[in-house]
Every structure is written in structure tokens, then in C-alpha cells.
Design a protein around this ligand. Sequence first.
Ligand SMILES: [Zn+2]
Ligand SMILES: [Zn+2]
Length: 407
Amino acid sequence: MFCNQCQAFWHETFSKAKIPQAIHSCEDVHWEYHETTLHNSIRDLKQASDLRCRLCRIIYFTPTDHEHETLLKDVDEPLSIVLTIDPSKGPHPVLSAEFREKSGDGARISKRMVASCSGLLSDENLTTTLKTSAESNNDSTGSDGALELAAFWTKTCLDGHDKCRPPAGHGASSFVPTRLLDVSSNSIRLIESEQEIKEGSDRSFVALSHCWGLIPIIRTLIDNYDEHRKGIAPERLSKTFREAVHATRKLGYRYIWIDSLCIKQDDGEDWAAEAATMCDVYQYATLTIAAAHAPGGDVGCYAERDGLLQLPFFIELPQSAVSKEPTRIQFTSYGRVKDIGGGNPALYGRAWVLQEQLLSPRMLIFDGAQIKWECLTMHGSEKSPTSSTTRHSLYYKYCGILRCAFE
Ligand SMILES: [Zn+2]
Ligand SMILES: [Zn+2]
């Protein structure tokens, strides 16, 4: 996880810090300012980054592409690449990197914050997930590493969040959309749910929230309904639909509801009947996948990025004689500028999305370089996986209002 130099940095940092025997928050640790020269050239730094040292990866990507091409172009030029930890910058210690000239004490690239302490990491399952995500392929928000975290969020919610279960007496398990896409085999099939999902078998389904966009996307019509019942070749799906199907399968679900395919788009009667059940579709979907950044079907759910720059990393404090459990402190990286989203994602400009967001008890949101999670209990992102706040707090209230407004 860390190169030898970064490990030495932590070792020296801990030897200066005052660490009490019982730690309940990272404020309990009394940190001291500390700095270490990690590497003496860009080549050395890049090598450590390529070997997946979490800190060196973040430090290597702190300068912009333009700075790399101009100020740091000579990768063998002697430079001191210095990492500092500074407790005086805020409530939590902050890590900064500086690229110093070897001759004299000027800076080629002045000090920039690279990460800050974001609390204790005590959840063993999350720790394991973060380790697996960081070690797996994570070059895209659809990579196994990213979906590992999505699976963690889903499981945590389904197993442990009382607030996220449908209200008692609400007929929770009874609703299933009229039609679903069965994605259990290579060929995707449109099914009539009541006829084809056997009594007592698993009716869990995923719903997709997406923008249709200007480029035509595949739709079920009166004329192709029979054909879609036999099977839909994956290459006929839009990129967004293909990736939503991929995520559905990876997360272990068999059925997905996509409006353009599960409602006969040119059958007025069918459309009216199905539109009236749309509240139920989003409310009873086990999970709603939102392609938030995609203005149309050709963009897809997923985006390429460097997962190691997105995920938090953690350090284990030296084990005290009395504490049996390891104490881990989590650090959140700032990531590179180009990965930080620009304004509101495309999906949020769509009128019905408010309904979908408020009705869905769980949302997995693909939003540019990050995946995010929203349920009634938790609101997380890859950078900060388990924040406890949520904007669903008025869910049930809105749910009633929207239900009236929509039907
Ligand atoms: Zn390193
Ligand atoms: Zn939840």
C-alpha cells in the first residue's frame, strides 16, 4: 500500500505524535509537524506511483498535466519531493506535497494539499472492501474495484438499515413491475413478470434512472414486442443500457426495469397504465442505478478514471499494549482537478428525476469519476464512503405528495 519511503514517513510521524492508549476519534491523537523527502526525481516518484504506493500516486498526480510537461519535463533532474503532515491547518492533520529545487531552497512547485485525515475507520467490512477495491482493476467506475464498493453499500443497507426498509403494511414484497428485462443469460429478454417469475421466487429488481437524450435509443413498440420477448441482442442496447445491465449482473441481480423497453412506447393504453405504476417501480426496486452524468444513451453509466486517486486510504496506528483491535485512521485524497465534477450532472436537469430520487430507497449513482450512494440512512461516495447524512430525510412525506401528483 505504501512504498518504503512513505512507510518511513509514517513511522517518523508516529514517533513524534502523542498517541493515547484509547482512541475514540482522530482528535485524540496529538500530531506534530513532520516532513520527509520521499524521492529525488520524478522518475523515482513515478516508479513508486506505478507500484501503487497510495501516497506517491496522489503526489505524482498533484501537478497538472501542463506542469508535468513543462516544469517537471526532465524526469531525471534532481528534485526533492517532500511530504509534510501539518496539524495546524485545520481540525484534522493535512498532508501536503512540495517539489523543491535541490540547489537552494526554492520550490519548483510550491506546497499543495494532497489529503486530509477524515476520521477513524472502524468498520472491518469497509476496510476489507477498500483494500480489495484498491488492489483490483479500478480504472473505470464500472471496474470490479468500483463495483466492490457498490456491493458493500448495497449489502450494508439491505442487512442493517432499518430506516431503509419499506414501511410496515406497505405490501413491500408484493409489487413487481408488469414487465422486466431478464439479464440472467447472455441474451437479454423482455418478460411478463407475473407469468414468468414463479410464485415464491426472488422478485428483486433494479431500476434505471437515465436521460433519453437526442440520439434514438432502443424502445419496445407494438411491432417489436414479440421479438423483444424472444431476446434482445446486447449490441442493440445503448451504451448506458449495456453498462446498466453489466452492473445489474455484477451486483448479483437478475432483473432490471428500463422504461423505454418495459413500456410499449407507441401503445397509449399501455403507456398510461404503466406510467401510473412508475412510483411503485422506483419505490420497490431493490436498487436504482442512476446514469447521472450522461445526457444521452450513447454516453454510458461508466467513466474512465484512476480509482486509486478516488478511494480513501488508511494507516494503522502502532498497536498499543492494551488495545487488541487495530486503530485505523482514514485519509481522503483531494484527487486531481480534472476528476472533480463540473456543476450539476445531466440527469438532475430532468423533470422526473426528483421523483425517481425521492422514491428510490437506494440509489447507486454513476457520476463522472466517482460512484456515489444514497439511501435513507447513508450518503456516500468513493472519496467518503460512509457519511451519515442524506437528503432523503423527507422521503416518506414527499413520497405521499408525489404519489398524489403523479397518479
Ligand atoms: Zn510512496
Ligand atoms: Zn440504507
